[in-house]
Ligand binder design. Structure first.
Ligand code: ADP
Ligand code: SF4
Length: 697
């Protein structure tokens, strides 16, 4: 389709100092859990973004020195010349598609525990090392340290240019860099010319910009990433005072400004807590105080919103991390008029869990994310069919929908049967809960794509039986029938049923989502530890009930530390008046009281409850696989060569895992059976180690 002329403005080239971006789409730095440890995977992932039309593709934060070692987290690394070839892989991949490559140089200061390098951490003034209660402190930098730091940064910029980067960042964002720590009153208690007044606190940032311009400014654009507001009131930088003053002071020095809010949990807010464009109120002033191009983020997926940001003078370029992860081809789809094909980010922050768990990035909407090199998966291209199989996919949750989509795109004849009248499975049910409406995009995107495929037929309101499978006539059957929440309380803290959980006043999340009503006082028992327990507690509180959340963990929704929303989740519940009891297990329920037990001491206490919502674990729905298993001969006689369970009906997990399972089966069902590792691995390249360094002691 032709592009809508309304969007032409998004495809105007933009001059950034000595280089030119071909359009206004800027993939801002984002972590990915591959970094310097898996450079081939990293380069391929960035290359796909460039192929998808992003004019600028950035690295994640790149450590410039061993005293900025954020191990075990896996970011980029540019400690010396030997790190150049790995980064060169990325710049080559990005340049191959006519995009510019940007690098975010970082000294993480007191955010670097230096667990690998064992260097002493650095800070403007003596302070504790931040994160995980690390029992170490950073030392306050003296003038020699400052000179050394400037030298490291300059050398890193020179190396970055040699690695082929076109845009080189000075980073003062996310509360994660020395340049920012010097700016912040709470981190900088110096009394010399680098402390005190804002001019003094900004001195180091000014010097870094000038040093970088001087070193590489003739060939490379110098960008500054700066958090104009920390959302912590007077204790932090605020956009109406020092955030604004810094840009007013330094505004013309770099070639572009990439502005946002800090810290990371504020910058990457999930859709549960913030709508598209949520940073505008903080960053909209920036263009009025600098003539340089301004980039900002806001989980932008709508081209109309993007155009509006530019027309209203908020931004010059549309920055994106998550939207580029969910759909690396977002710019090209807008360029080609394929708006309906955009795979919109749902704002779930599963992508961030890769970085937080030190494993390669993954994405709920884009199962190919992180698999570009490892499995050779491309987000827009799939291999054609390898035979004449026909498929019956049963269940249209995220696993079944994705499996049908990819099988259909490969050219197979696919029948997708769903018991309900509405597709989407758990995604449809959960997206009706408070704050989760954007999750319906998992269904909507796939439904939209399936509608385009004439070789895929969808049967709604069709609960399939084992007999019907045998009669249907497909050669391959995929079971994607999902899971249901257990009633008996078994999960992590309890491996045997909780006495009394067989009472009718114990409800499951499925009961609530199907319309069952809870009564006050209600206790939500969360031994699941992801989002659902807290979401249901908030919903019940919103209905005016007296709600207590009990969890064996030491905090609410403990796993959401990895989606960087745990603080917000617990704050929301407490602000709404939900009582929170942590580190308590449930030993029993007599219909009026819960018997609680401290997870440390076992000390018991009693809690009044008229009703309990048990958010514990799920049981796979295996009715069909159980029924078919003893009927192998009939399956063979019917010409059915495989029956495969995927997604939650195999083993319940995240929505991202279900989408991945569907995608994987559709790509790999026709691989020969093998015990080989199913993906490429990046092994240590001992051949690169000089002989003299290989001699054992
Ligand atoms: P997953 O996350 O693995 O995709 P879901 O629970 O989201 O699982 O989706 C499973 C879907 O399968 C649900 O929409 C459910 O209605 C459907 N389903 C379950 N059993 C059958 C069946 N026998 N026939 C057709 N659809 C079924
Ligand atoms: Fe968006 Fe979720 Fe994908 Fe991250 S994982 S890019 S938040 S859809």
């Amino acid at each position: 389709m032709a592009r809508d002329p309304r969007y032409d403005i998004l495809f105007e080239p933009i001059r950034l100092g000595p280089v030119t971006a071909k359009n206004r789409f800027f993939q801002v730095p984002h972590c990915n859990g591959m970094g310097h440890v898996k450079p081939l995977g990293h380069a391929a992932m960035r290359g796909v973004k460039a192929e998808g039309g992003w004019a600028v593709v950035s690295t994640e934060e790149v450590e410039i020195h061993p005293s900025s070692d954020v191990s075990p987290y896996i970011e980029g690394r540019l400690w010396d010349d030997r790190d150049i070839p790995a980064l060169r892989l990325m710049t080559d991949a990005v340049h191959a598609h006519g995009a510019l490559a940007a690098i975010e140089l970082v000294h993480a200061g007191t955010h670097a525990a230096n667990l690998y390098s064992r260097d002493v951490a650095l800070a403007p003034s003596p302070i504790c090392v931040v994160g995980s209660y690390t029992p170490a402190q950073a030392r306050g930098m003296n003038k020699n340290d400052i000179r050394a730091y400037r030298r490291w940064h300059r050398n890193a910029a020179l190396r970055a240019r040699r690695a082929g980067f076109d845009i080189i960042y000075v980073y003062a964002g996310h509360d994660l860099s020395l340049a920012m720590h010097f700016l912040q009153k709470r981190h900088n208690q110096r009394s010399d010319e680098y402390g005190g007044s804002l001019v003094n606190r900004a001195r180091l940032m000014r010097e870094l910009i000038e040093d970088t311009k001087d070193a590489v400014g003739a060939d490379c654009a110098v960008a500054v990433r700066f958090a104009v507001d920390e959302l912590r009131g007077e204790d932090g930088i605020q956009c109406h005072e020092e955030g604004r003053e810094v840009i007013a002071m330094l505004g013309e020095l770099p070639d572009l400004w990439d502005v946002n809010v800090s810290d990371w949990s504020n910058d990457s807010q999930p859709s549960r807590f913030a709508a598209e464009g949520y940073q505008e109120q903080f960053i909209s002033f920036v263009k009025s105080v600098t003539s340089k191009p301004v980039i900002g983020v806001g989980r932008f997926t709508s081209p109309d919103t993007m155009v509006s940001q530019i027309r209203r003078g908020v931004l010059d370029m549309i920055g994106a991390a998550r939207p580029s992860i969910a759909d690396p081809f977002l710019p090209n789809k807008i360029a080609n008029g394929d708006i309906d094909d955009i795979r919109e980010c749902i704002g779930c922050n599963i992508c961030i869990t890769g970085d937080m768990t030190c494993t390669p990035i993954r994405c709920t909407q884009n199962p190919t994310m992180g698999e570009e090199w490892r499995k050779g998966w491309h987000p827009e291209r799939v291999p054609p069919r390898s035979g004449n199989d026909s498929f019956l996919v049963i269940g249209a949750g995220p696993a079944g929908l994705e499996c049908a989509r990819i099988l259909g795109q490969r050219g197979y004849a696919v029948s997708l049967a769903e018991a309900e009248s509405v597709l989407g499975g758990r995604v449809t049910r959960e997206s009706r809960l408070p704050g989760l409406s954007a999750w319906a995009r998992v269904r909507d995107y796939r439904q939209q794509q399936l509608n385009k495929l004439s070789n895929v037929e969808i049967f709604r309101t069709s609960r399939v039986t084992a007999d019907e499978i045998l009669e249907f006539g497909a050669t391959r059957v995929v079971l994607a029938t999902g899971a249901h929440w257990r009633r008996d309380g078994i999960a992590r803290a309890n491996l045997r049923p909780i006495p009394g959980f067989d009472r009718p006043t114990v409800l499951t999340p499925d009961d609530l989502m199907n319309g069952a009503l809870a009564v006050s006082p209600v206790v939500v028992f969360d031994d699941d530890h992801f989002y659902l327990g807290a979401v249901l507690a908030a919903q019940l509180r919103g209905q005016g009930l007296d709600v207590t959340l009990v969890t064996p963990a030491d905090r609410v929704s403990a796993w959401t530390v990895h989606t960087i929303e745990q603080y917000r989740v617990q704050k929301e519940l407490l602000s709404q008046g939900v009582a929170v009891i942590t580190s308590r297990n449930i030993r029993g329920f007599d219909g009026q009281h819960l018997q609680l037990a401290c997870t440390y001491t076992g000390r018991e206490s009693s809690l009044t409850a008229a009703c309990v919502v048990s958010v514990t674990s799920r049981l796979p729905d295996t009715a069909l696989s159980d029924a078919l298993e003893p009927r192998a001969a009939e399956l063979a006689a019917a010409g059915i060569v495989s029956v495969t369970s995927i997604g939650d009906c195999l083993a319940p997990s995240t929505i991202a895992a279900a989408v991945y399972a569907g995608h994987r089966h559709a790509r790999e069902f026709d691989w020969p059976e093998s015990d080989a590792v199913g993906f490429r691995r990046e092994l240590p390249h001992l051949a690169d180690v000089p002989l003299e360094e290989r001699i054992p002691l």
